[in-house]
Design a protein around this ligand. Structure first.
Ligand SMILES: Cc1cc2nc3c(=O)[nH]c(=O)nc-3n(C[C@H](O)[C@H](O)[C@H](O)COP(=O)(O)O)c2cc1C
Ligand SMILES: [Mn+2]
Length: 491
């Protein structure tokens, strides 16, 4: 199926090339948020520095150059979208002051989003170098060993993996981890229910290998989209085209026919064969735990590799949260949860935030209470939205609380909830194998359902007017202080 344009909105910038990772790095440099690090070892040092530098007050996008054992210019990037400012840029939104402002701006934008088919081109920078057949050698790239107990080198962390549904012909792009096993074997872990996994199951049921394309190094919006649970059937390349207002330029791979960005840094083509497995893992995961022991997993037999001159691997140091910034993705996920609440008819939602320290295991909803039961309704529904995939806790707060501010949320939780009355547990909700708290006996039978707690931390509706008055300098008095002592005084 060709991804040719059937409709192009007037705002489309067809004559311009799709932005690539290099252009993005220049933009981040202009923001003053880029840091180049020379001389790190691919064995653990890139991973350690990436983790440690994400914990600084103002984390930057890191570019590792002159990696030990590799030529200058063959780089590894981490934390490509280091700040809310950069997130706004990546999502083509005007700069916004707060997380909530970005979520609101995104909700406006996404209402008019129309998928934009990719533009197929014959050639691109990714074809500057190639290795095929026996010449394929994945060891050529400065792939890090990210964590001390990892089972090997993971070239696929900030990757995009392209597959096609053999029934509908629809293309999907997902981020799934890829471990280099040998010079032409790439481990590929796709969790159950992922779109790429549904594709794989269909090919395997027919006894056929699954064609796969993966790119390492591309504009970070592609990585954002690829790590997002967009609806099944949505081609993430078309979604990126819609957000950027111009089609993503793709090449259809000579081996698989699958599309990949023409200006990607490194691309592989190959096949996942049924009944063919290799040792994969362990790997330090985003939950903050090593997810799985070394075990048998399917892999890609790589038939061709294309790469640009001086290729750049886009990595993602997945580690104990908050880790690298997933701000752009959070904006979209929070907007989706908000949308879900409105679709279900919950009125007066004023904010939604997942807290970075708990990935999507802790969701906060702010509402303006309208009736008794409103808060619990919002919490129960939010607990089952797509945003709550690895959900654990949902806390509902009044709209004087910024749901993205941990201090405000904990204060509200402590002072406005009463554990014996305000919390409810829902059992048997969806979780997944990466959830570290799934007990061994359930894990062994493939039962990953876990419980969720919904906590109403709003002022109790029926006596909210009698709730003690909040202490704090009023906005008016704050403004007066600012104008008297000057804005800089409060930095
Ligand atoms: C950095 C990063 C690494 C990820 N690694 C994996 C992985 O190894 N396996 C997996 O199944 N999902 C992984 N995910 C989650 C999926 O990318 C995400 O669920 C996405 O929705 C998958 O795309 P799909 O919905 O089209 O299947 C990762 C996400 C990110 C952001
Ligand atoms: Mn998908």
């Amino acid at each position: 199926m060709k991804n040719l344009l059937d409709a192009s909105p007037s705002t489309t910038l067809i004559d311009q090339p799709s932005p690539d990772l290099r252009q993005w790095l220049r933009e981040v440099e202009e923001l003053g948020q880029l840091q180049v690090i020379d001389g790190a070892d691919w064995r653990l040092e890139i991973g350690a520095l990436a983790e440690m530098l994400c914990l600084t007050p103002q984390p930057r996008c890191l570019v590792f150059d002159n990696v030990k054992d590799y030529p200058a210019g063959w780089r590894v990037v981490n934390n490509p979208i280091p700040s809310p400012q950069a997130a706004a840029k990546a999502l083509s939104l005007p700069p916004a002051e707060s997380h909530l402002a970005l979520v609101k701006a995104w909700r406006e934008r996404s209402r008019n989003l129309r998928l934009l088919p990719a533009e197929v081109v014959a050639d691109g920078p990714v074809f500057q170098n190639r290795m095929t057949g026996e010449a394929v050698d994945l060891m050529r790239f400065p792939t890090p060993v990210w964590h001390e107990d990892d089972g090997g080198r993971y070239i696929g962390t900030g990757d995009i993996v392209v597959t096609r549904d053999p029934d509908s012909g629809k293309v999907n792009v997902g981020t799934y981890r890829m471990q280099i096993q040998t010079r032409n074997q790439l481990g590929l872990y796709i969790a159950p229910a992922q779109h790429g996994r549904l594709h794989r199951d269909k090919y395997f049921e027919r006894g056929e290998p699954m064609p796969v394309v993966a790119a390492f190094g591309m504009h970070p919006l592609l990585f954002v989209a690829s790590g997002l649970k967009l609806p099944l059937g949505v081609n993430e390349l078309e979604w990126v085209g819609a957000v950027q207002g111009r089609p993503v330029q793709v090449i259809e791979g000579p081996v698989t026919g699958l599309p990949f960005p023409a200006n990607a840094e490194i691309v592989i083509e190959g096949f996942v064969h049924p009944d063919s497995t290799i040792e994969e893992g362990p790997f330090g995961e985003f939950t903050g735990y090593y997810a799985s022991a070394m075990r048998k997993e399917t892999y890609v037999r790589v038939e061709a590799v294309y790469y640009r001159d001086d290729p750049i691997i886009l990595g993602s140091q997945v580690t104990r949260p908050p880790g690298e910034s997933h701000h752009a993705r959070r904006v979209i996920v929070d907007a989706l949860t908000w949308e879900g609440l409105e679709t279900a008819g919950v009125p007066d939602v004023r904010g939604v935030a997942t807290l970075p320290s708990a990935v999507n295991g802790f969701i906060v909803i702010a509402i303006r209470q309208r009736y008794s039961g409103h808060a619990k309704q919002a919490g129960m529904i939010a607990a089952q939205t797509l945003g709550a995939q690895l959900g654990r806790y949902v806390v509902v707060v009044d709209d004087d609380i910024d749901p993205s501010n941990v201090d405000e949320v904990l204060w509200a939780l402590w002072t406005r909830s009463e554990p014996a009355e305000s919390a409810d547990v829902v059992r048997g909700c969806r979780s997944q194998p990466l959830d570290p708290r799934v007990p061994p006996e359930k894990r062994s039978i493939g039962d990953y359902a876990m419980s969720r707690m919904v906590i109403d931390a709003t002022r109790p509706f029926h006596w909210r007017e009698q709730f003690p008055k909040v202490v704090g300098t009023s906005p008016e008095l704050q403004a007066k202080m600012r104008s008297k002592w000057g804005q800089d005084f409060f930095r």
